[in-house]
Design a protein around this ligand. Sequence first.
Ligand SMILES: Cc1ncc(COP(=O)(O)O)c(C=O)c1O
Length: 440
Amino acid sequence: MSNPDFSNDLICENLSVLDDTLYFAGQNTKSLAEKYGTPLYLYDEDRIRKLCRIYVSAVKEAFGDKGHILYASKAASFKRMYEIVKEENMGIDVVSGGEIATAKKADFPLNKAFFHSNNKTDSDIKYAIENGVGFFVVDSLDELYAIDSIAKSLNKKPNVILRITPGIDPHTYEEVATGKVDSKFGSAIETGQAKEITGLALNLENIILKGFHCHVGSQVFDSSVYIATVYVMMAFIKEMKDAFGFEAEILDLGGGYGVKYTARDPEIDIYANVLEVCNCVKDEAQKLSLALPELYFEPGRSIVADAGLTLYTMGALKKITGYKNYISVDGGMTDNPRYVLYGAEYTIVPPTMMSAPRDMVCDLVGRCCESGDIIQEKINMPSTLKRGDLIACLTTGAYHYSMASNYNRIPRPPVVMLKGGESYVAVKRETLEDITNLDV
Ligand SMILES: Cc1ncc(COP(=O)(O)O)c(C=O)c1O
């Protein structure tokens, strides 16, 4: 018999098959499910560290001490992630008091934190200033004034960079395309509002304007998107220098590099891409007679996505004769809302029967009382699957644990890290007591 072809399943180097069983980070997924239960988020720590190092080494090669990587912690925010990122000499992007508090719990140096969000509440602003968050990434005029006024009341002068909308279409899902003029994020160059907010920021007494930020979107594979963004942002920096005599010290190009969810997705050479973008910034700085800014990238997804995998246990196979088949599992939109949000594609495999013929077309659905609770439609699975068998959803490290909810009061799964053949719990499984704890 010829060797089975797993090329559509083994989409990342940390996946392998041995004795018909899926291994992740060199560990047997069946044994991990037995040890920790399902649903279960697994994270490959070695893979996370490898990706952090690719980014850091690329930016350091091109920019030396002026090159920085921030981990966009919205992708997966829990204490252990901040510890890993701290050890990898990176900064962080945070979006709420909750993310700041989690980073603080990990003793993360908050002067290396950039506080994002299009609507920072007054209490979050106060909390961030009091805890020494390094930079505010300001989204709007209202927010700029709020930060200035809260800073004044606290007798502080926080650093500010302004989120600019460069008007670039990143050719990705509409829901994560954030660099277009009509995005809810940032101030647009095209409408003149980016220039306006810059002039106003320079006149405020209780903030220090350091530079500019942009983030054009997520799951971007086309490096020309970043190059186009650099041209626009460097031209804007030059325009602000000419208009106000203000030369940005910081340029933050955001995150967005894409990852493989299926074998059809392209593979990105992150090192080469980051280097190319850095060199473009250097060339533009020279052409426009600008000083080299401190350059930041903010990857989230591409640091953690394929370092993650979710294991489920199958409940029922329902065959609606003449219509369709459903496999339901013990998780769903509560631990993975991305199909519901964007129709996101995934690779789904039966981890304990990898070479069984995938002879049944079915939808993989969750356990929530909601018809839209779908993890993936029209997948091929073995018709021999039965209640109690495992199902794995690959590439679930980004925007899964961090987007999880308690809909139907379903407890969230634990996060288990895999490292060098060992495993350990980074986030405990929620209990029914956790679920009812806040009710008074
Ligand atoms: C401002 C900002 N920076 C960075 C990121 C990270 O993007 P990604 O996870 O696609 O790398 C996001 C994602 O939404 C973002 O909004």
